[in-house]
Design a protein around this ligand. Structure first.
Ligand SMILES: *Cc1c(COP(=O)(O)O)cnc(C)c1O
Length: 457
């Protein structure tokens, strides 16, 4: 008999979690104004809000923390981190930052101007925020097929070369860089192929436009290239990652994802002019260039985390768990962005709550229903997150309206996934009884999803 698949690690430390009653959850969600970001963690049973900074560190990472060097400048832990990043990415210059959006803030302060145009394959929300807050324009050039959630494609996060060419042609001299996001979170944690990375970079470079890789989940992207793209089966994750970075000019990183740490980020590049430019913003915003908002011990843990998470077995364990949850949803007929993403399942809320009009936010409503059903916290990646158009101030209903079930790394077991799937099935079975959604009562002008307040209709 063939032995079944199992995790490539065992558990050394545990943290209790607690169930609640439906009555408790009704009250808590009311107090949170129907925004799950406003819940307290103790009010959540299974927390699939995000995979950002929520993972479990390994024994090697914890031991690295004990030997972290907290020197203000020139810390040994910085050089350990820098050397690891250079080995994995080929980039010589490394600027640590306190998280991914801080890397964006430093780099974009240097490069983005009012009226700039920044194309990319579906910018992450903070990336878009950092562009739009500078009165510049973020243009999404993801392949159009990504919007059809039921279509199975191996690299649904790809860049449309045709759309990119049009944007570059129409905005000559006004595009400071292209943002290539791997994996493409906004369209469902979908990967970008090596061929597409290579061709996108070649096209941008032809127009003299540098490419910045938003690399939060670069290792998961490398896993998909290894398992889905011809010619890469026999390469290691580290070799694939190195090739991915070889085509681009710079990377910004949220280490809270594929870095396997709870906090941190960095910029890495081979462009000396960008490094010099970024230094000027890193020092006042983040801190001196050899710590940039990070503790020495956290840089030490990150160096180990980057190394661990670019090993196949680690990624195989993680991505198979996401696929396990997807299989359960298939059994129950629940529609999600196909195929399953690297870090999450994105349920197609428009198709589940098909009686709720866009104006009443189906995905946010489904997020609330799932919480009320079983204390599971998911996250809306839909019309609320899309924010209003900065120029017209209209809601942006043009994209997908998804509920993201995002799986922290090395935290939950497949039994927890069974609970999530069953809870979602229960909501799905009574979907036709849910006919009204939510109305916004208070919202911030930018990145409103974090603090939005809503009432039930
Ligand atoms: C999380 C993330 C960011 C921002 O990083 P933070 O560490 O949350 O500030 C940027 N881009 C992508 C693709 C991300 O997933």
């Amino acid at each position: 008999m063939e032995l079944p698949f199992a995790e490539s690690w065992k558990i050394k430390m545990v943290e209790p979690i607690r169930k609640s009653t439906r009555e408790e959850r009704e009250q808590w969600l009311r107090e949170a104004k129907n925004n799950v970001f406003m819940l307290r963690a103790e009010q959540v049973y299974i927390d699939l809000l995000t995979d950002s900074g929520t993972g479990a560190m390994s024994d090697r990472q914890w031991s690295a923390m004990m030997t972290g060097d907290e020197s203000y400048s020139g810390a040994r832990s910085f050089f350990e981190l820098k050397d690891t990043i250079t080995r994995l990415t080929g980039f010589q210059y490394v600027i640590p930052t306190h998280q991914g959006r801080a890397a964006e803030n430093v780099l974009f302060s240097y490069l983005v101007r009012k009226g700039s145009v920044v194309p990319g394959n579906a910018h992450f929300d903070t990336t878009k925020g950092h562009i739009e807050s500078r009165r510049a324009k973020a243009i999404d050039v993801t392949v159009p097929e990504a919007r059809d959630t039921q279509r199975e494609l191996p690299f649904k996060g790809n860049v449309s070369l045709e759309l990119t060419k049009k944007v570059l042609e129409e905005n000559k001299g006004n595009v400071p860089f292209f943002v290539l996001t791997v994996t493409n979170n906004t369209v469902g944690g979908q990967p970008v192929s090596m061929q597409n990375i290579r061709e996108t970079s070649a096209l941008c470079h032809k127009y003299g436009v540098p490419v910045v890789m938003d690399s939060a989940r670069f290792a998961e992207n490398a896993y998909f290239i290894k398992t889905r793209e011809a010619g890469y089966q026999d390469k290691t994750i580290k070799e694939i990652a190195r090739e991915m970075f070889s085509y681009v000019d710079c990377m910004t990183m949220s280490s809270k994802k594929d870095g396997l740490v709870n906090m941190g980020g960095f910029i890495a590049t081979n462009r000396e002019d960008w490094y010099e430019g970024c230094k000027l913003y890193c020092i006042p915003y983040e801190g001196f260039i050899t710590y940039g908002g990070m503790n020495g011990r956290d840089m030490a843990a990150l160096a180990v985390g980057l190394d661990e998470n670019t090993e196949f077995d680690m990624l195989d364990t993680r991505i198979r768990q996401v696929q396990y949850l997807a299989q359960k949803l298939d059994e129950y007929g629940i529609p999600y962005q196909r195929p399953a993403g690297g870090h999450a399942i994105f349920v197609d809320a428009d198709r589940v709550l098909d009686r709720i009009p866009k104006e009443e936010f189906p995905a946010q409503t489904l997020t609330c229903e799932l919480y009320l059903e079983a204390g599971i916290r998911a996250c809306e990646i839909g019309y609320i997150l899309a924010d209003r158009d900065p120029f017209t101030r209209e809601n942006r209903f043009g994209g997908l309206d998804l509920v993201r079930l995002c799986i922290p790394r090395r935290v939950y077991t497949d039994n927890h996934m069974n609970v999530v799937a069953a809870a979602l099935k229960n909501v799905y079975d009574r979907r036709h009884e849910i006919s009204r959604g939510l109305r916004i009562t208070k919202e911030a002008p930018l990145m409103r999803h974090f603090t939005v307040e809503l009432e039930r209709l």
